[in-house]
Design a protein around this ligand. Structure first.
Ligand code: ADP
Ligand code: MG
Length: 619
């Protein structure tokens, strides 16, 4: 029988291996960004065309490569980052396999320009399907630019597997987020189809998070800080009230590398227990630093999983750290402080390292010698309480001034209102009629009912009313649109346009009619009846940002989100003065709702105060 086993030709073997590293354009983005970081860049530019299918380019101002290194970098297992197996246990670079560039070069057209600081001239290399097709010398600045064009040009099956440009762009954006969040000390720029999507200056972690996810993020963040011998934890968790139905802003970084860890995720969720509803997910940005020798990142080709030596300890520390931060935040929230970052806390644990308990025996100990024993316990106790006492005192001072001021304001205003309303007004009050309403502090609408009175939060009530109206419009799919005499033209960023395209259909069902939706402008020829022309821009902005925040959830309903956002954006706000007719209309609309008690965001809409309740106050 003839021999049947053959060695695969190099280019086939390369393509197969490449599939491990490069699944989609986002994988290329990740590898190139990480190489730029490993090269010590301080500014990194990412350029993407058509979801990365046409072009992914990364330009850095890092170390650059000599002509020889440039050629070598495309060989499989060519790496400058490790030399021997032991080095694997001391990694402080992202890459170490020497596989990425070789893999990418096997399945795309690659153009590299690179120059180290010391060299006069740089190298320009062109590679197609693993073959160097040209090498030139050129004048350029220090650093490296790698452009990857026509990904999978030689593997049509893989190319056909790629999703729409929008979906691929979203994967790229996810990778970009992860890298950018891990490295706030590096400036990042991201251009998509010729427009800037992100411009992230060098900053601290908090600013970086806000620059990536928008200024709305800032007030949500609660700082987390802990340092033990095993791990140093820093970063932020989102306040419990911002927990979301969808997962999403959940980031673990270990030694500046984004990782996924269901186990550690569980520790965080566990710490939030009782503070968030069980069907919602907490947001977090947690940066862990551990001894590189205590982790193994070599277990997964795309390197987002990490094996820790002592997972259980890590779990326990993480959980208690988060709990502590939440507790601290709760105390602060209850006191209504603004400046939570700088608050002094009665907490000494953060400066303490985990220590093995020491067992010492006092040879001279005499249980009958009263004085010594008393003294020792007394001392340590006093020290503890002195520390704690001081910090609590400072909390208390804040409480007094803040709450005190608010309250006195309250009383004055309420009294004056009460005086004009009932004491000096000689006209008899039509108190038995249900049509009596008045507005309290431009926030609540008070109306009488048989058993007493109802106090309604005007903004939440209106949200409920609008929400149910929109849902109804969506489900009955009636023509709820008003045609505009003159179409409105609005401009959006490319990232926003991507989202608008995704939610276009749902927007149509609630009554938006689009003329054109191209480039950076959209033309709107019809708007929902409940939306006025002047509100359109604001409504769409809000929709986009809400959609962005919810985007990664799998099981969320687009129409429900749209209805909520519209309700929130268009509702009457606290502080708005309502005439008595509007008050009455709102009250009637509210009680015609299916679920009048809660707002679309599950907040209490009204409370009743019965005659009985009032009587009790007069005992
Ligand atoms: P790895 O990152 O695992 O070492 P790669 O295939 O990603 O493997 O890169 C191979 C080598 O090419 C790197 O070890 C590095 O020496 C060099 N290299 C790649 N990208 C850059 C860059 N942007 N700047 C400088 N050197 C680079
Ligand atoms: Mg690499």
């Amino acid at each position: 029988m003839a021999d049947i086993i053959k060695l695969l030709p190099d280019h086939v073997a390369n393509q197969i291996a490449a599939g491990e590293v490069v699944q989609r354009p986002a994988s290329v983005v990740k590898e190139l960004l990480e190489n730029a970081i490993d090269a010590g860049a301080t500014t990194i530019i990412l350029i993407v065309k058509d979801g990365g299918k046409v072009l992914v380019q990364v330009v850095d101002d890092g170390s650059g490569m000599s002509a020889t290194d440039a050629r070598l970098s495309f060989e499989r297992h060519a790496t400058s980052k490790i030399q021997k197996a032991e080095d694997l246990f001391n990694l402080d670079t992202k890459g170490f396999r020497g596989e990425a560039l070789a893999s990418i070069a096997a399945i795309a057209h690659v153009e590299m320009q690179t120059k180290p600081e010391a060299d006069e001239l740089g190298t320009v290399l062109k590679i197609e399907g693993s073959k160097i097709v040209s090498q030139e010398v050129e004048v350029m600045t220090k650093g490296t630019s790698i452009a990857v064009k026509n990904l999978f040009f030689n593997i049509p099956a893989r190319r056909n597997f790629l999703k729409s440009n929008q979906v691929e762009l979203r994967h790229i954006t996810d990778e970009f987020h992860r890298v950018a969040l891990a490295h706030p000390s590096i400036a990042f720029h991201f251009h998509n189809n010729g427009s800037e999507m992100f411009n992230l200056p060098i900053s601290n972690h908090r600013q970086r998070i806000v620059n990536v996810f928008g200024s709305k993020t800032n007030p949500k963040l609660v700082p987390v800080q802990e340092e033990t011998q095993v791990v140093k934890i820093s970063g932020f968790i989102n306040k419990p009230e911002f927990a979301k139905k969808s997962r999403g802003e959940q980031f673990f970084f270990v030694n500046h590398r984004f990782i996924k860890s269901p186990y550690l995720h569980h520790a965080v969720v566990n710490a939030f227990e009782g503070l968030i509803r069980s069907d919602t997910h907490p947001g977090y940005f947690l940066y862990l630093e551990v001894d590189p020798a205590s982790i193994d990142i070599n277990i997964h080709p795309t390197k987002t999983e990490v094996k820790f030596d002592d997972e259980h300890t890590l779990y326990a520390i993480l959980r208690s750290t988060i709990k502590h931060s939440l507790g601290q935040f709760n105390v602060i929230a209850a006191l209504d402080f603004e400046q939570d970052q700088n608050l002094e806390t009665p907490y000494a644990y953060k400066n303490r390292n985990a220590e093995l308990p020491k067992v010492t025996v006092d040879a001279g100990f005499n249980p009958f010698q009263e004085t010594t024993r008393k003294q020792s316990t007394g001392n340590s106790y006093r020290r503890e309480s002195a520390l704690g006492g001081k910090a609590w005192e400072s909390l208390y001072v804040g409480l007094e001034s803040k709450v005190g001021k608010e309250q006195s304001l309250d009383i004055i205003q309420f009294e004056s209102e009460a005086i004009t309303g009932s004491v000096f007004n000689n006209q008899p009050q039509a108190e038995e009629s249900t049509s009596t309403t008045f507005q309290l502090r431009r926030k609540y609408i008070v109306t009488t009912i048989k058993s007493g009175m109802v106090v309604i939060d005007q903004s939440r009530a209106h949200q409920r009313v609008l929400y149910e109206k929109f849902l109804k419009n969506i489900t009955i799919q009636e023509a709820v649109s008003q045609q505009l005499l003159f179409p409105i033209e609005l401009s959006f960023t490319p990232a926003d346009m991507v989202i608008l395209n995704e939610i276009k259909d749902s927007l149509s069902t609630i009554g938006f009619v689009f003329g054109t939706l191209e480039g950076e402008t959209i033309e709107i020829t019809g708007v929902p009846i409940l939306v006025s022309e002047s509100e359109v821009g604001m409504v769409l902005d809000q929709l986009i940002s809400d959609y962005q925040m919810e985007i990664s959830g799998e099981s969320f309903s687009q129409t429900d989100m749209l209805a909520k956002t519209l309700a929130k954006t268009l509702s009457v706000k606290t502080g708005e003065l309502l005439d008595s007719q509007s008050q009455l209309a709102l009250v009637n609309d509210l009680f015609a709702c299916k679920e009048a008690q809660v707002s679309p965001f599950n907040k209490t809409v009204y409370t009743t105060i019965t005659e009985n309740d009032i009587d009790k106050k007069f005992i």
